[in-house]
Design a protein around this ligand. Sequence first.
Ligand SMILES: *Cc1c(COP(=O)(O)O)cnc(C)c1O
Length: 422
Amino acid sequence: MNESLSPIWHPFTQHALFPDFLEIDRAQGAYLYTTDGRRIIDAIASWWVITHGHCHPVMQEAARRQIERLDQVIFAGYTHEPAEQTARLLDELTPDGLDYVFFSDSGSTAVEVALKMALGYWHHLGSDRQRVLVLEHSYHGDTIGTMSVGERGVFNQPYNPLLFSVESIPFPSDGKEQETIDALEHHCRKQDDVAAFIAEPLVLGAGGMLMYGTETLAEMKRVCERYDVLFIADEVMTAWGRTGTVFACDQAQIVPDIACYSKGITGGFLPLAATMCHERIFMAHYSEDRSRTFFHSSSYTANPIACAVAAANLKMWKDPQVLERVKRVTELQKIMLSQLENSPWLTSIRQRGTISAMDVKVPDSGYLSGIGTELYLRFQKSGVLLRPLGNTIYVLPPYCVTQDDLDTVYETISETVSDLLG
Ligand SMILES: *Cc1c(COP(=O)(O)O)cnc(C)c1O
């Protein structure tokens, strides 16, 4: 298990500091099992992808059936039932106004597609709107385009020369919501070349599980409408129940012009993404003029097995019991957090739906804060997978998590933090 034996270069991993990797043999529900027989509670849903639980029988069965029929087929000029079914289900689950579905295979590509749709839309209308507005502290992926619209910092500093310039709207922190709205309005009014505004609705994930209110989200959308700026909702992390509703935008009762979904779209089973858009964006590309084609594809666009699993997952979301489980986890998280309220080591304790987060009081906050990595290793030793973002600890569990599991997770947090700081 030592990295010197393996040629693998792991993601977001400083190999010099973390030479050892836990080898996972199998997973079930909320648990990972290591090859040496340990059980680990997956308290971050394996990087936010697992929704109902690992190795869910419904998804397993869908994959098994599809594997026997059709593995992969070119998606230009061809289609297949799993993709058609997934698209129909997405259309049903998402609000009216998200009419067309473009498939890709990751959150990053879903965002890239969204940006290209937005720019293509204005281009084909003969407008020179090209500017993109972004929300401070955002994360939209690790490709060049998605880094461009994400927070600039230690993650992407070496690549800065490759990133296109955007304008950043301040994050709506508590009490400063109006500043955000005013800044957005100011940019839209001052510049007549704004193509789109992209934001993570309600919760900014990798930016530190930062949360803001539904009214602010609704108001941001209203400002965009007023100035005819396309509103892109990056729901890659927030969708599929994480924030308490199927989609975060549901809570603000807004319909984005373009929305990006991935992560839990297959329940976390296989990689797939969907970018959905309003009909007018599709129609701006619809023409006998071939130069208006939407020139985007990846080899595995709408892979039939991934789509079959997605369709099985989306059908599950039509069952009210799934949202009941989301509600249950939301309630449990609330109870768990209330027990931490008086901790002298924790601050900014917050929750949105099934996601909870808290900041450890340390002098050096921020992503490179040494405490995050120290906590991570200690949590792991205690049999809990939590991966703090700097000094921010968050719990983002699959919906099959039990009260006992969460008791263990929160006891581990309390004990580890007081051990380290006490
Ligand atoms: C994870 C994430 C992405 C990128 O998704 P990948 O599948 O890792 O490319 C984009 N946006 C948000 C909000 C995310 O949380």
